[in-house]
Write a protein that binds this ligand. Structure first.
Ligand code: SIN
Length: 281
């Protein structure tokens, strides 16, 4: 029997008494898990000794899987992205993000399995961005109504590349524009939808309000920084300690996450099946 234990009052639940391998073959069990996901936003499962095939089959029940232009996928299981960090590869800085915000259709969600984890450190934090929106001051909510923002892969993954490689990445993945407040397509909730992939507002200044030579970007940057900083508020977060065969399933639309890089030089190996999403509105 499925047991659900909430980890905070705001976000996250640990689910036991279920095998995701079984859920990959059982539509009604999958439907139960999907309903829990919409409610808790991120679900954690322990001791899931499932095969890679079961991993991708379970994830595909949510939708089509997506590969990543920078992080490689398992050649035998397209869509299963390998997030492998080792002693030879000092992990770079992380930040709060929503997967694929730089895509025109950002990820709907993901299923992440821990293959190998460090003895200490390497936790992941998830943030409830519905709560982050709800708690904004009313004047800020009014200020950001109708605002749109640009996001790009170039300024995050591209930043660690040489200029030629970076130009190529940018050309293949042009910047995209999304609403600053999106609506969850299944629950109707409002979500604060800027993350570290967001570079600037698209319509902060308009013909009606721009004061040439005076405004330019400072006001917009301050507002964007303020909105981005909401993800780091602990009351909106849950933090998960990994063990091998632990799995996290998250709804990427109303959440952001942050993989804490506090374990180097110990290795950490994760495999993520990212699920294609729809166009935010
Ligand atoms: C991710 O950022 O999607 C991966 C999170 C993790 O490695 O914990």
């Amino acid at each position: 029997m499925i047991k659900v234990e909430r980890l905070t009052a705001c976000i996250g639940a640990e689910v036991s008494g279920v095998s995701l391998g079984e859920a990959s073959r059982d539509a009604s069990l999958f439907a139960e898990i999907k309903a829990l996901l919409l409610k808790h936003r991120v679900l954690f499962f322990r001791d899931q000794d499932i095969s890679r095939e079961e991993h991708v089959t379970f994830a595909r029940r949510f939708g089509k899987l997506e590969d990543h232009p920078v992080a490689g996928s398992d050649p035998e299981h397209p869509g299963l992205v390998q997030i492998y960090r080792s002693e030879a590869k000092n992990p770079y800085e992380n930040n709060y993000h929503s997967d694929g915000l730089w895509r025109s259709n950002p990820s709907m969600g993901a299923v992440l399995r821990c293959v190998e984890c460090p003895e200490v450190g390497g936790d992941t934090i998830w943030v409830n961005m519905v709560e982050a929106y709800k708690q904004l001051p009313e004047d800020i909510k009014k200020r950001i109504e109708g605002l749109r923002a640009k996001s790009s892969i170039e300024h995050s993954f591209g930043a660690a590349m040489d200029p030629e490689e970076r130009r190529k990445l940018a050309a293949q993945n042009p910047e995209v524009e999304h609403p600053v407040v999106r609506t969850h397509p299944e629950t109707g909730e409002k979500i604060l939808y800027v993350s570290s992939f967001t570079t600037h507002f698209a319509n902060y200044h308009t013909v009606e309000n721009v004061r040439h030579g005076l405004d330019k970007t400072p006001g917009a940057s301050l507002l964007l920084n303020y909105l981005q900083s909401q993800a780091s508020i602990p009351e909106y977060q849950v933090r998960f300690r990994w063990k091998p065969n632990s799995i996290a399933v998250w709804d990427n639309r109303p959440t952001q996450h942050y993989a804490v890089m506090d374990y180097w030089p110990a290795p950490r190996k994760m495999e993520r099946a990212g699920i294609e999403g729809d166009k935010p509105y």
